[in-house]
Design a protein around this ligand. Sequence first.
Ligand code: RP5
Length: 168
Amino acid sequence: MSGAEVALLMGSKSDLPKLEDTISTFEEFGVGLTVRIMSAHRTPAEVAEFAGNAEESGYRVILCAAGGAAHLAGVVAAHSTLPVIGIPIAGGALQGMDALLSTVQMPGGIPVASVALGGGGPKNAALFAIEILALNDPALARKLKEFRAAQRARVAAADDELQRQTGN
Ligand code: RP5
């Protein structure tokens, strides 16, 4: 058992560079993370085993990043009642539209939450998982509020600078 409360699964090593913001956000908040490569198509038995044992292994949230015909999040969700957050990965002939729709269009009964394709999606997946953990962790809830306050201050500072530059 790793002791981590969050697992980040990705379908291929080629997804890893797109998940830097996800991983660094968990580091920033001091949240333990297991990072694994496994594929709904190429290693289906490993995925079923991991997802089937995830709750007993101590995980509270599972993040699944995949591109193309992205089934990883759906398959993990099929094997676990833990919350699953899908991260559609941009790329390929359809630039990730296939991954987005595969992730977001789950049939009723097996929910998968989806973050945005590219942009802030990978970071938001981590923040959303942290918000789930913070429901039962006051210290983490405080860190989230500090994060928001720092973000607000950065926007306000950028606006102040813009006003100075434009002479307003
Ligand atoms: C998906 O297929 C992976 O998540 C990846 O985004 C995509 C392409 O994989 P590779 O062919 O680069 O291994 O399963």
